[in-house]
Design a protein around this ligand. Sequence first.
Ligand SMILES: Cc1ncc(COP(=O)(O)O)c(C=O)c1O
Length: 393
Amino acid sequence: MTLPSAASAPTLEASIGPSKLPRVGTTIFTVMSQAALDHQAINLGQGFPDWDCDPRLKELVAEAMGAGHNQYPPMAGVPALRRQIAAKQERLYGRRYDADTEVTVTAGATQAIMTAIFAIVRPGDDVIVLEPAYDSYVPSILLAGGRPVFVALQPGARIDWARIRAALTPRTRLMLVNFPHNPSGMTLQPDDIAALEGIVDGHDLLLMSDEVYEHIVFDRAPYLSLARSPKLARRAMVISSFGKTFHVTGWKVGYCCAPAELTREFRKVHQFMVFTVNTPVQHALARYLEDPTPYLELGAFYQAKRDLFVSGLERTRFKPLPCSGTYFVLADYSAISDLPEAEFSMKMVREHGVASIPVSAFYDQPFEQQLIRFCFAKGDATLETGLERLARV
Ligand SMILES: Cc1ncc(COP(=O)(O)O)c(C=O)c1O
């Protein structure tokens, strides 16, 4: 076979062809973080803590490496870690997942989300996405050939289940839920669980529940994992991440708990998407999970930060929306400016030295509500400085 000469060879762009994700570009998170660096701003934009994890957790990783846990672990995850995850789910949510057949360790929640969607969604399937939505959902659905069907949540208000029911079609195959919710800080209430149970009673659909903020719930409310409801858990892939729980977002280890039939399909994709996940970190997490204190105390830890930040916002012209979970709070700036959200956020970094995220970034189509998202997973001194600057806006 002869190769075409350089002159007649198609350009690289022609060979690549139309993008599979034409609307994906540099994300607002990257843009705002760069702007924060450029303007030496306080970065209340990106969602990760600005402190280090528990030194014991790092020691446990070093110990695992020292003990020679450095080769491929089993495809589904280190058994001791799967057992700890199953024990935690049972202790907290009363659902017994079989560690061998119903728990899979993943490379963070993001991989679990894409794997779950790839395992279930076929070309032409509808997938319900509640907006504002975490940014990996829609690209994963599109790459699987599915069609995202958007239903708007109203940040700060109760979930409008009638709207969700109205969006269901015979093609609806999967519904994505994420509570505590990024970016709004909303959590589910018992009647939300009942409404969701009503939906699965009447429709043949599956659920993917992104529960990465499961341990960051405030005001002593119990966390209503979908795993608590036998009706929902039967049809749900419940996903979480140690990144959020143990302040190690860079480690990218998470998991998916689902009934054995669903897990079987999930693992078929997982096997070829990543095959396995970092061995020493899995061993370390298994040992760290033996003591539930760190995750049981997480809600109170972040609640103190929420209270500091939200009460501080009272000295500003920003109006915080209610926040019952996560480490994010939305703020209404309509008393300050009429600018669209992205422009307002950029102006805040440049002129006031505080980075935030425009909520419009979490919507598929342009949608303006004069809301920005602040992340309060920052040291108290950083939050105080941020608040002083916000008070001058
Ligand atoms: C709602 C939500 N899901 C998933 C993730 C990603 O988790 P991981 O870093 O474990 O992939 C995040 C991270 O910000 C998130 O906010």
